[in-house]
Structures are given as C-alpha cells and as structure tokens.
Ligand binder design. Structure first.
Ligand code: G3I
Length: 334
C-alpha cells in the first residue's frame, strides 16, 4: 500500500492495530495486512462450530492457517471466541437420547473444549474473547436467554474464564460485547464484569466491539463507556471496529459507490474516534477492525443481504481513503 507510514507504526506507542481475517482475505489482502497491521483475529474460524463440529471431531486446519499467517509476519493474534450463543454446535447441548444435557455435563464439555483450544494456541494467541455477547440488549434481565444460560445459568461465565486461565495462565482474558456504548447495556456489562471481579474470576479486559456508523453512537456515549469500563481497572480493546455508511434503520440499497459527502463524514468520524482513543491510550491496548479494506466486509450482508458497504480506512483497491489520511494526521497532535 502507498499509505505511509503504516497504521501499526503511527500507533506503535499507543495500541496494537488489528484486523479480522479469514482464509480468503489472507490471500486477497495479504500485502495490506502485512504492511498496515500488527494483530489479527479469525473472523469465524475459531468459533465453536468451526473448531468442534462434533463431540469427537476437532477441525483445526483453517484456524491453524491463520495462526501460521500471523506467525510468518510476526503479528500478534487475538482468539475469538470460546463461549457465544451463535455459531455453536448443537451436539454440545444434547444428551444423545433426544434430551438436553445436565449442567455438569455441559460444564465438563466446555472445560474440555477450552482446554483443547486455548492450550493448542497458547504460544500464538495472547488474548481471548472468552465470553462473547452474553448480556441482554433489552429489558431488565442481565443475561441474554440462550441454551448456555438455560442449562448452566450465570455460573458458566465465571467457569469459562477459569478454564481459559488454567489452559493458558499468560493469556489476557476478555469479556466482549456490542452496543457497548449504549447507556443501559453499558451498565449491564459493567455490572457483570464487576461481579466477576468480586468473585476473583481471572478477567483482564473488556472488548468493545465498536460496530459503529457515521452517526451513532455519539462521541459522548463512547467516552462515557470507556470511562465507566476503565473504572474497573481493566484494560480495554476495540475488537471489531467498523464505521458503516448507514444508520442501522437505513435499508437503502440504491448506492453502488460511496459519494464524496459520505467519505468526508466518515473521515471526520474516524478522526474524532481516533482522537478520543488516543486520549485513553494508557487504557486501550488494541484497536482491531472487523476487516481491513472495503472489498470485503460482513456488512455487505448485514442488515441488508447483498448491500455494499464501505466501512474501513482502505478502499476496495486497498488504497488509503480520506479517513486514513485524517487518522494518520492525528499523530502530529500527540
Ligand atoms: O460457511 C458457510 C458456507 O458454507 C455457506 O455456503 C454460506 C451461505 O450463507 O454461509 C457460510 O457461513 C457464513 C459464515 O459467516 C462464514 O462466511 C454464515 O452464513 C454467516 O452468518 C457468518 O457470518 C458471520 C457472523 O459473525 C455470524 O454471526 C460473519 O462472517 C462474521 O463477521 C460475524 O462476526 C461477528 C463476531 O463474531 C461477533 N460480533 C459480531 C460480528 C458481526 O456479526
């Protein structure tokens, strides 16, 4: 890429700069990834269903290739994710007689899974999203209703962190969630992590997914979330950053390329976000984008299937966008 200096150099004294990757993008975005980023996360390949489709079967090939990619470029790697309500194999919850497993059996299976996966990658993965998206978005309940909590209740969360810590005492263990800047959800995430800390659970950080857009959440909400989480004394990472061109409610499908006004707004938004992140660089240890360049993003299928989006600092040809230039210019203010 002609974008110089690289993001990873611009922020070398501040935080790691990461990208989510998959088996296709480590080929199609190889030079961009190697040049700009110093950390990667597997987009899907380390999720439960990808690694452990059947009780007696682990499928590590794709995940191993991503680990090998990180190793070959000397990049750090985040692990994503051990306990999640999505992309988890059904067998985990079944007892083999058409019923549901007991809490003890589920915990034993989770322990075995976590020990196997975290143990396998202990020399390569420095941080894990141990539990992902366990908090309920709405209502009074703290936790989302899922097979996990139905069977094992809230204990499972603490146990997952303990198992991960046993498997790799060096690994940094994160609770990771989205809508993390929404005031109600922020307070629930805070309450969960605070109670884990009170119980002496080994947890070291909170991951703010940061699936944001040109308008939401507000900078004040982001700041308030960072302040509140930081008050727990843990490190923070942005784990899945992207800045969608569309508000969540906006279901327009007529755009085939971003117009200049959108690109300008996106540049202003990224500039403001990174200026804020730099204020908290003592607490924020990593900023990972959920992709690298606009040729591939999960947002092309969400929330409108097949609608193109352009959420990153690099365009579809891997060239720096206006947003990259504004972010790079911030380094002069440091
Ligand atoms: O692998 C199958 C393929 O065999 C099949 O032909 C194809 C047809 O749809 O689907 C493929 O699976 C897709 C999978 O990604 C791999 O590409 C699933 O449909 C699709 O739902 C899945 O989406 C992933 C999503 O998590 C699942 O919830 C996205 O790629 C991934 O970016 C996204 O990542 C999540 C984080 O893990 C957690 N935070 C939110 C973030 C965005 O949703």
């Amino acid at each position: 890429s002609s974008a110089e200096p690289a993001l990873k150099q611009l922020f070398a004294d501040d935080f790691k700069i990461g990208a989510a990757v998959n088996p296709a993008t480590i080929r199609t975005q190889d030079s961009l990834l190697a040049y700009q980023f110093n950390s990667i996360t597997a987009e899907n390949e380390m999720k439960f269903v990808s690694l452990h489709p059947e009780e007696q079967t682990y499928t590590f090939e794709a995940a191993d290739r991503l680990v090998e990619f990180a190793r070959s470029y000397g990049m750090a790697m985040r692990g994503h994710t051990l306990v999640w309500h999505n992309q988890t194999s059904d067998w985990l919850f079944r007892d083999g007689q058409g019923g549901t497993v007991s809490k003890d059996v589920l915990l034993e299976r989770v322990r075995e899974h976590i020990h196997t996966v975290v143990g396998r990658y202990k020399n390569d993965i420095y941080a894990w999203d141990v539990v992902n998206e366990a908090i309920a978005d709405e209502g009074e309940a703290l936790l989302r209703t899922s097979k996990w909590t139905e069977i094992a209740g809230p204990d499972l969360i603490a146990k997952a962190f303990e198992y991960a810590h046993e498997a790799d005492p060096q690994a940094l263990l994160f609770y990771n969630d989205y809508n993390e800047s929404n005031p109600q959800k922020r307070d629930k995430i805070y309450a969960l992590v605070q109670s884990l800390l009170e119980q002496g659970v080994p947890i070291h950080g909170i991951g703010l997914q940061a699936h944001w857009n040109l308008y939401d959440p507000s900078l004040d909400e982001i700041r308030a979330a960072i302040e509140k989480y930081a008050s727990l004394g843990l490190q923070l990472q942005l784990t899945e950053l992207d800045v969608s061109m569309f508000r969540f409610e906006d279901r327009r499908t007529d755009l085939t390329s971003p117009d200049p006004a959108m690109l300008e707004l996106q540049a202003e938004r990224y500039e403001a976000v990174f200026r804020l992140l730099l204020e908290y660089r003592q607490i924020i240890s990593g900023v990972t984008f959920w992709g690298a360049a606009d040729d591939y993003t999960w947002l092309d299928d969400f929330p409108v299937r097949g609608r193109k989006n352009w959420p990153f600092l690099f365009d579809a040809a891997h060239q720096p966008k206006l947003a990259f230039e504004r972010v790079a210019a911030l380094v002069k203010e440091k």
